[in-house]
Design a protein around this ligand. Sequence first.
Ligand SMILES: [Zn+2]
Length: 345
Amino acid sequence: MGKVIKNICFVVLVVIIFIVLQSVIFQTSPTQNEVELFLKENSCNPYMEGTDHVTEYQCAYYLRRHTTMVFGKIVNAKFPFFIYTPFHYFNYKSSTNEFHTYVSVNTRDNGRLVYNPVNGLFMGLPEILIQGANKEEDKPVISSKIIEENDKLQWAKMPVSYYITKDVCGIYETNKIRRAFQRVQEATNGAVSFEEIDNLNQSNIYVHCSFLEDCYEKTIDIREDLGVVYYYESICDHTSGIAQIKNIDGNQIIRADIEMIGLAGFSETDRKGMSGFYVGSCGHPTTEIHEILHTFDYNHVNDSTSIMYRSGDIVGYTIQNEGGCLGSDIPIDEWIVKDLIQTYG
Ligand SMILES: [Zn+2]
């Protein structure tokens, strides 16, 4: 009799240990950074823009079938481990009635977040996406069109709060982003003001960072016959920033998103050398300011001396020669400063 009870106790104990272990191993949620780093490398096509729901569904399906979680890390895995995949389908109809299949992930630092499974782009918070979609459905289409055409969009309130994913962006870029916000604030004498907060969910502008692989090349060419050594440094022509207004209410901006793109292989990713955000920037926060102004609904202009010139989000082909950085710090255009003061002052 005592032996039977002992055996039952043993079985129960094994089951309990198994349940505890599997919940610790497989059910610890990843952090937002973990999700974004994983999607950067494992989304179907990081360069694809304007995705449709068929491609999205295929990618979402693939992601769900080939991932699992181990101690809060997302790893590639197949049957049977994919039952612990952190990715869930998130079906969503946009305000323009386009149907999308995104994925949502429960993160342990910032709650549930929605991503595009094709290019890994952060789409927003599920509640805000759903809210935005419903709100637009209630409104007759014509009225929202009139608003778009007649009224420039403007931020709903001052100060505009922002959140930076500091551990991904690194100290150098985090400070450059802060400097950019400060420059806009100072240029407008505080008519436009910003506040950095530590809560992604409550922030108006979500600033995050990503890194581009295989873009930087350093070649050393030794011409022995001439007795000289040439150093070539080149960087590919790449997008250095993306800004998107994510959520509006009438003509008021509620949320925006800025992604700063640095080069992989430098201090942030490989812990060596200079910052992957320094390359090609001369250290000026020009791209950062340019992206911030996009979130104020300023578009590109044709004037090459303007901070809103198209190349503001693109890094050129070559690294500046010595002295090439002189005079490259572009001030905010006077007409933009005036317009900002008039709107928010
Ligand atoms: Zn731009």
